[in-house]
Design a protein around this ligand. Structure first.
Ligand code: FAD
Length: 398
């Protein structure tokens, strides 16, 4: 059997699903496939317990995809980003600096959402779009391209003829491999533990990043849980230590996490499972091949610092959507895909390098390197034009 569509999206993670909503809302006929049925309940086995801070510029794409109005009631705004260096002899704050969104804009830096909830709401949006066909439990298996079309074979034997294949199939992207695009990968031996906690001291819409050794400990605001202030935590550290903490009993883990948080919000109470994510930096050598565009983790992976990952993916989608809408003909042709590569590649490599440097600074274990990090934070913060520029760069406004 052969199906036809304008765009085949390989991968229904948050990036692939958002792309399906964006291109579907714009009127394209879309098929999106993913072998793993999405889990849309935070308490269910296999739920993605990460949260995503959608930065200010992401809102425009979410509106274009018909998603913002349904997501807005669940948003936890991020007004202030607090960075704490606790790299001294004791696990206590020695430098604390706050970056306030009001210095650069009337809106917050962004809005935080649990990933399982994003999946639930995006799927609900796709169900409203007759021109979008989301097939869970199905993967892409083969790719064959010609100058004017692509044919993709699916795991159920279906063939799909399409103008454009969007590879949103993650860091080991099978469609990227089938296109012959290489990757550059950097490993750190680090893992990120993700979980949610409640705490007695309110977060007041402040996202707090605490640096000591091994990587940052970040608390990102979530809406209250059972009437208590709640945060999503990403705790990056050496992979072996992270694994040990994953296996600790809950009360020992809460004690270790509270200590690592410098008791900033008081004692932390675990209110979710824990998950471990390996940390790498990776980028593709090119963002396109014949009839194929790479987006999201198929194109770039980086440590979860500064909420860049999915936000860059949304920029990939917005750029592709602009290019697709600018052309009445030529969807997925060589000129469009070259323009996509040129528009995104510089920004991606710059951000990947920047986050790699920040991660290395945060991993620092020697006293000298930790002191240099604290001094660096002070120096960057102390110069208002630099501070504003960093905030704008972080949001992707520069
Ligand atoms: C701990 C952590 C915290 C993070 N926090 C943030 C944050 O606050 N803000 C932010 O912007 N980013 C954040 N990120 C990054 C963000 O989560 C990722 O960029 C985003 O989830 C990646 O989405 P993706 O859709 O590219 O990849 P994935 O979620 O990996 O999705 C890829 C999908 O492709 C599917 N697939 C695989 N093979 C095939 C095939 N052959 N055919 C079809 N489908 C296939 C898989 O089943 C999967 O569902 C974080 C990352 C981590 C690790």
């Amino acid at each position: 059997m052969t199906d036809t569509c304008d765009i085949l999206i390989s991968g229904g993670g948050i990036a692939g699903l958002t792309a399906a909503a964006a291109f579907g809302t714009a009127g394209f006929k879309v098929i999106c496939v993913d072998p793993t049925p999405p889990v849309t309940d935070g308490a269910a086995q296999g739920a993605d317990l990460r949260s995503t801070a959608m930065l200010q510029p992401a809102r425009v794409l979410l509106e274009r995809a018909g998603l913002w109005d349904t997501l807005a009631p669940f948003a936890a705004p991020l007004q202030v980003m607090r960075i704490i260096d606790s790299g001294g002899a004791e696990a206590e704050p020695r430098v604390t600096r706050e970056f306030d969104a009001s210095e650069i804009s009337d809106a917050p830096f962004g809005w935080n959402f649990p990933n399982w909830l994003l999946r639930r709401e995006i799927l609900a949006r796709l169900a409203q779009l007759e021109n979008v066909d989301f097939r869970a439990g199905i993967s892409t298996t083969q790719l064959f391209t010609r100058t004017n079309t692509a044919k993709v074979t699916l795991s159920d034997g279906t063939r799909v003829q399409t103008q454009l294949v969007i590879a949103a199939d993650g860091r080991t992207s099978p469609m990227r491999a089938a296109s012959g695009i290489g990757i550059h990968t950097q490993r750190y031996g680090q893992k990120a533990l993700v979980f949610a906690v409640t705490h007695p001291i309110p977060h007041e819409n402040v996202s707090t990043e605490i640096h000591r050794t091994g990587g940052p400990f970040t608390l990102v605001p979530l809406p209250d849980h059972n009437g208590l202030p709640c945060s999503a935590v990403v705790w990056m550290d050496d992979g072996r230590l992270a694994q040990e903490r994953l296996e600790m009993d809950a009360s020992a883990f809460e004690e270790a996490a509270s200590l690592r948080s410098c008791h900033h919000f008081g004692p932390l109470t675990l209110v979710s499972h824990r998950q471990a994510w390996p940390i790498i930096t990776q980028h593709a050598e090119r963002l396109s091949a014949e009839r194929v565009a790479l987006i999201a983790e198929a194109a770039h992976v980086m440590p979860p610092i500064g909420a860049q990952g999915l936000n860059m993916s949304l920029n990939d989608i917005a750029t592709l959507l602009d290019l697709a809408q600018d052309r009445s003909e030529g969807l997925g042709d060589a000129a469009m895909l070259e323009a996509y590569h040129k528009a995104r590649y510089g920004d991606i490599t710059l951000r990947v390098r920047g986050i790699d440097l920040l991660n290395r600074a945060s991993q620092a274990s020697s006293t000298l390197a930790r002191d240099a990090r604290a001094a660096g934070l002070n120096a960057l913060y102390g110069a208002p034009p630099v501070r504003k520029m960093l905030m704008q760069m972080g949001l992707g406004m520069r």
